[in-house]
Design a protein around this ligand. Structure first.
Ligand code: RFL
Ligand code: PHB
Length: 392
């Protein structure tokens, strides 16, 4: 079948779905193609902390109802050095809050509203999606489904297909620069239907390694520890993981952990990655397709949201006001915010993890910095400002 639309969107993750809804709200045509099934997309357990930029998009779309009813606005979070909690009072220091609401729930809200908002999503295209003629003004997307080849002609293509998708790879290497930093560990995460050990998140740097206490609701907890990349989920039976969390989170919070069976347990590698520019011809990259941050700053999903905020504005200006400048400036504008979030995520990752080869000196530097943060409102303000998200 042949389709014709204004913007073809590849990927039905948060970036693709938010972009699709924003464009439809402005009366711009778009079609989303997604390699996986709806069930698979909704089964992925990922981010949990939303910045204002993300909640604002949901509100602008009038899809924030469930998020405000079930999500948990947070006034602060904690850094821990193995002994004490250092509270960063984000509300007092910045006037802003963050929202604990799972990426899974946000995605569900966007998917549930797609049909009634006239946003077509074509699921289960597998790895067949390809982009064509992106250096001209008549690009198109092809994919296979139900044994047939389909084609979408569009004016623009938005690559919202995550780190492993085809969009970024379609850009000729001669015109790009990539920046990459790999970390020598991954995060082992556990999701369990037990009350959180603390009402606010705790990022802990213990002598034994990193731990994060997070949550999805008052009855559902999400915890992480860092593990060497050589380890697998099988190395970490639930009891071993709960024991380790209790130690790394420190005596107070550790003692308040409620244990329960894992609903999900997985290991995610940590990486910093930026692809520049985030546009080529008629193709734009949004979210993980263009950049990856280590999860330590809770920035990945929120960067996808800011990319989409910039790109939707630019495309609306193009289609509705014949203004071509914003589209031309998309990458430069989006990257300014991306680089600062990359910096913060890298900084917090370095501050809160033990690296192989770190000796007593490196540990002492981390402890001194945490002590400085504990006693300096200026440091706390800088951290709070970045954590709640820099302005668009
Ligand atoms: P996604 O969510 O990866 O969605 C991309 C979509 O594109 C589809 N796709 C294709 N579709 C068609 N054809 C193809 N060939 C395709 N290839 C791929 C995929 O199936 C998918 O549906 O990217 P998007 O939309 O840019 O959203 C980015 C966020 O998902 C990501 O940044 C965050 O989840 C990162 N992240 C976190 N971010 C935060 O802001 N706060 C957090 O607390 C946080 N925790 C996390 C995280 C990511 C994690 N993992 C596993 C990567 C915790 C984890 C464990
Ligand atoms: C999560 O709840 O999954 C989460 C929270 C904060 C992070 C990373 C992940 O920095």
């Amino acid at each position: 079948m042949d389709y014709k639309t204004d913007v073809a969107i590849i990927g039905a993750g948060p970036a693709g779905l938010m972009l699709g809804h924003l464009l439809r709200q402005a009366g711009i045509g778009c079609i989303v193609v997604e390699r996986s099934s709806q069930e698979h997309v909704l089964g992925r357990i990922r981010a949990g902390v939303l910045e204002r930029v993300t909640t604002d998009i949901m509100d602008q779309l009038e899809l924030g109802g469930r998020m405000h009813a079930e999500g948990m606005p947070e006034d602060g979070f904690n850094l821990a050095d193995g002994e004490r909690l250092i509270r960063i009072d984000i509300k007092r220091l910045t006037g802003k809050q963050v929202m604990v609401y799972g990426q899974t729930e946000l995605t569900r809200d966007l998917i549930d509203a797609a049909a009634s908002r006239d946003l077509p999503v074509i699921w289960q295209t597998g790895d067949s999606v390809a982009v064509h003629q992106i250096d001209g003004e008549a690009p198109y997307v092809t994919f296979e489904k139900d044994g047939e080849t389909h084609r979408i002609d569009a004016r623009f293509i938005a690559g919202c297909d995550g780190f492993h998708g085809p969009s970024r790879r379609a850009i000729p290497v001669a015109s790009v620069k990539e920046y990459e930093h790999a970390y020598p560990f991954g995060w082992l995460g556990i999701l369990a239907d037990v009350p959180p050990c603390n009402p606010e998140l705790i990022y802990a740097n213990h002598e034994r390694g990193f731990a994060l206490a997070s949550m999805r609701s008052r009855t559902r907890s999400r915890y992480y520890i860092d593990v060497p990349l050589t380890e697998t989920v099988e190395d970490w039976p639930d009891d071993r993981l709960w024991d380790e969390l209790a130690v790394r989170l420190g005596p107070e919070a550790g003692a308040r952990i409620t244990r329960g069976p894992a609903l999900e347990k997985s290991i995610a590698p940590l990486r910093s990655y930026i692809f520049t520019p985030m546009q080529y011809g008629s193709l734009f990259l949004c979210g993980d397709a263009g950049h990856i941050v280590p999860p330590t700053g809770a920035k990945g999903l929120n960067l996808a949201a800011s990319d989409v905020a910039y790109l939707s504005r630019a495309l609306i200006a193009w289609f509705k006001k014949n203004d071509r400048e914003q589209v031309a400036g998309y990458s430069a504008l989006a990257l300014k915010r991306v680089w600062k979030a990359e910096r913060f995520s890298w900084y917090l990752t370095k501050l809160m993890h033990r690296f192989p080869g770190d000796g007593d000196f490196e540990r002492a530097m981390q402890v001194a910095e945490l002590d400085y943060i504990a006693n300096s409102e200026a440091m706390q303000t800088a951290i709070a400002e970045n954590y709640v998200g820099l302005p668009l």
